[in-house]
Design a binder for this molecule. Structure first.
Ligand SMILES: Cc1cc2nc3c(=O)[nH]c(=O)nc-3n(C[C@H](O)[C@H](O)[C@H](O)COP(=O)(O)O)c2cc1C
Length: 202
């Protein structure tokens, strides 16, 4: 059975060249980002952070430490997916503000217990959340008629410096959003199910 979500998933390609002259309307970008924020997070901590790089000077600086990949400057919106590894400790009641008070208090306790003194979990969770948000962002962009390229081909330390990444944030990946131009390179292909899907135990 096919439907629009499946069609979108199967049609999506990592897009290498974008129309540099296309400007994405602010309201479209806002709508795409709002949709991306429907991505789930553990305990609803919403630890992803979306940094939109608009300044051409910042884009140029990033491109210089990203193997000069053209997407960085040609895309209409360069979104740097980050996550706050200490979100769990920053007023966690706000993640359950709409829930009844007893439930909110219970979650605050669970959140604290789960992440406190566990930097590995804090960092792993950052990557889980931002990874989910990245794909949600890509799907939302497709729904609005845009192409995307997920990217991690850059120097993480140098990009962190350029964007002034806070010390307690993780830098996860980029999603470049724009109108694709030119031919897509051939796809690498997909390895067989049996190589990636297992049941019960490895
Ligand atoms: C985490 C991640 C990082 C990637 N980094 C880059 C990148 O830096 N530059 C690039 O051109 N493509 C990048 N890609 C795109 C992959 O090469 C592409 O998704 C893969 O070849 C499968 O092709 P498809 O997305 O068109 O199905 C990245 C993809 C992912 C998921």
């Amino acid at each position: 059975m096919m439907n629009e979500i499946l069609d979108t998933m199967f049609a999506r390609r990592a897009t290498k060249r974008f129309d540099a002259h296309h400007t994405i309307p602010d309201e479209t970008l806002t709508a795409i980002l709002r949709a991306a924020r429907t991505a789930p997070t553990a305990f609803n901590i919403q630890n992803w952070r979306f940094l939109v790089v608009r300044d051409p000077a910042v884009r140029a600086a990033i491109k210089a430490v990203a193997w000069h990949q053209p997407q960085i400057e040609e895309c209409s919106a360069l979104v740097v997916l980050c996550a706050d590894m200490h979100a769990y400790a920053k007023d966690p009641g706000r993640y359950w503000k709409d829930a009844p008070e007893a439930m909110r208090e219970k979650y605050i306790g669970m959140i604290t217990q789960y992440y406190e003194n566990n930097p590995t979990m804090q960092r792993d969770e950052a990557f889980r959340s931002a990874g989910m948000a990245a794909y949600a962002l890509m799907m939302a962009a497709s729904a609005h008629g845009y192409d995307t390229c997920p990217m991690d081909g850059f120097d993480f330390e140098q990009v962190a410096e350029i964007i002034r990444l806070p010390k307690d944030h993780a830098l996860v990946m980029f999603v470049a959003i724009g109108k694709g131009t030119g031919d897509l390179p051939p796809h690498g292909g997909r390895i067989p199910d049996i190589d990636v899907i297992a049941f019960d135990r490895f």
